[in-house]
Write a protein that binds this ligand. Structure first.
Ligand SMILES: Nc1ncnc2c1ncn2[C@@H]1O[C@H](COP(=O)(O)OP(=O)(O)OP(=O)(O)O)[C@@H](O)[C@H]1O
Ligand SMILES: [Mg+2]
Length: 503
């Protein structure tokens, strides 16, 4: 006899103002199981999970937990039933500390009803310690990097001691080492009989951690497979709906001319700690240059320094086509031909509340404004071109950006900067949260740009990505350059070796 499932979602239907996004979806899992949920950007994964977590209340179908019917009125309601969720987009209060965020609304009370800070900090420390997050729990969130913030989100979900834990792309901002720690934690949870729903676009992770895989496509359930039995290729065709060559072959065309030269670039924090130190490298015109390293190695800090995001604390020189550039502000470096696509789309990439179209054209207004007027038809034609090129899944360009799925938001961000016609494109984790099909489209696009003479510098935590698309890979360790590898000689092992902290 089959064991009764812990969770049963039956015939789930959901629409957003008349646009149907989930069609009769069934989803089922047992206690102590890791179920991966996969599908292309916009397939409906987050929506299905937000229904389970009580975020969306307006839907049809039924939810049974241990055979008992539930209909959550809000997220608190779902939490009480033992469901907790790590959202795809970070949801932390920037001004509050790590500990305050973890226990927000559930702070341990001291005598007289005040928050018992010592106790709360101690409890927070225990959880962050388990995740190897080495920050003082009293630090405000705003001072943490995206990857560290992601770990705080995870800590928060863990502190709820849920029976069903939903992780919506928890690893997208984590490096391989942090992901390993996350997996260790998941395995511990499984031993405690927790059910974990794991959403990720990274095939390797799914095969490593999941017992079964549920695949959605365009709001429909395609099927459920055992992770041990299913082949990679089968999963991809289930998601994409066609056969697909999973390996991308690089086609870049570096020229001899040096496009970007960085000499002894150094950046410190206000209290004098080095973020990057004496970083020197050259990148050729049309080259695809990768930057690898662990979280905190200084990759993002380096891109920001080149882009002029933190002039006061930066020293050293940056040259474009042999000319010194003034990197005292992004306005100046943009004019010099640089564009930076940041890793944090919610924080400084996209303007929530504005439409998809407005977000795309924000950085390229020069292109669109003609004779002092904003040309609506021009705006439409340029944005239309990129929407098509990146296959951005959007029903109306006038919709607010937050109505797009996470991966589609990332594509809008990419389009936004491509519209500025940069000579040198700095990309920080550009395919984070992007599905396999769209990733290939982005790789093809980058190859095409490099053939047009655009230089591409790309920071990524996905080594396979760097290995397949880059002409060279620079590895950073503790703020310095530890290796620069040619495409032919680069391998996962060599990169990991150069990235590992010195004992
Ligand atoms: N608040 C909303 N308002 C309107 N439409 C929405 C809203 N949230 C999601 N959608 C739409 O629902 C569909 C499914 O989105 P969902 O976020 O569930 O996709 P996903 O599978 O999680 O994709 P990704 O891999 O990109 O995160 C998309 O077409 C999206 O545009
Ligand atoms: Mg999603």
């Amino acid at each position: 006899m089959m064991e009764k499932p812990l969770l049963l979602m039956k015939q789930i239907n959901k629409d957003f103002s008349g646009v149907q996004v989930l069609y009769d979806v069934d989803f089922e899992m047992s206690a102590g199981e890791v179920m991966a949920l996969m599908g292309e950007n916009g397939a409906g994964k987050s929506t299905l999970m937000k229904i389970l977590a009580g975020v969306h209340t307006d839907w049809q179908g039924s939810i049974l937990i241990e055979g008992e019917k539930h209909r959550f009125k809000n997220t608190k309601d779902a939490e009480q039933a033992g469901i907790s969720i790590i959202y795809q987009e970070l949801n932390l209060v920037q001004e509050l500390s790590v500990a305050e965020n973890i226990f927000l609304g559930r702070e341990p009370a001291a005598f007289g009803g005040m928050i018992n800070y010592p106790k709360m900090n101690r409890m927070a420390h225990e959880i962050t310690d388990e995740l190897n997050l080495n920050v003082d729990v009293r630090t405000p969130i705003a001072q943490l990097r995206v990857g560290q913030q992601q770990l705080v989100e995870i800590a928060k979900a863990l502190s709820l001691n849920a029976r069903i834990l939903i992780m919506d792309e928890p690893s997208s901002a984590l490096s391989d080492t942090e992901t390993e720690i996350l997996f260790r934690v998941i395995r511990q949870l499984i031993r405690r009989n927790v059910a974990v729903i794991y959403i990720s676009h990274r095939m390797g992770e799914v095969f490593e951690i999941a017992d079964r895989v549920t695949v959605l496509r365009d709001g429909h359930l395609v099927g459920v497979r055992s992770a041990k039995e299913v082949q990679r290729q089968e999963l991809i065709s289930m998601m994409v709906g066609r056969d697909f060559d999973q390996f991308f072959v690089k086609e870049s065309a570096p020229q001899d001319e040096v496009a970007l030269e960085v000499n002894r670039l150094t950046r410190k924090t206000i209290d004098g700690k080095y973020l990057i130190k004496d970083v020197t490298f050259r990148v050729r015109k049309g080259e695809q240059f990768g930057i690898a390293g662990l979280l905190g190695a200084g990759r993002t800090e380096l891109l920001e320094a080149i882009f002029g995001a933190d002039f006061l604390q930066t020293s050293g020189e940056v040259k474009i086509n042999g000319q010194h550039i003034d990197y005292s502000s992004p306005e100046k470096t943009i004019l010099a031909g640089l564009s930076l696509i940041t890793e944090d789309r919610k924080g400084n990439g996209l303007v929530l509340g504005m439409s998809v179209e407005q977000n795309m054209t924000l950085a390229a207004l020069r292109e669109i404004v003609r004779y002092g007027m904003l040309s609506k038809s021009r705006e439409k034609s340029v944005t239309g071109r990129f929407t098509h090129r990146l296959s951005i899944n959007v029903s109306d360009m006038k919709n607010p950006i937050e109505t797009l799925s996470g991966g589609n938001q990332q594509k809008v961000l990419l389009a936004k900067w491509l519209l500025t016609n940069p000579r040198i494109l700095l990309l920080d984790e550009p395919t984070r949260g992007i599905d396999v099909g769209a990733k290939h489209e982005i790789y093809e696009l980058l190859s095409e740009l490099s053939k047009q003479g655009i230089t591409i510098i790309i920071v990524s935590s996905e080594l396979t990505e760097l290995l397949s698309i880059c002409d060279r890979i620079m590895v950073m360790r503790e703020g310095t350059v530890s290796a620069i590898l040619e495409h032919e000689e680069a391998s996962q092992e060599k990169i990991m070796d150069a990235a590992a902290p010195l004992a």
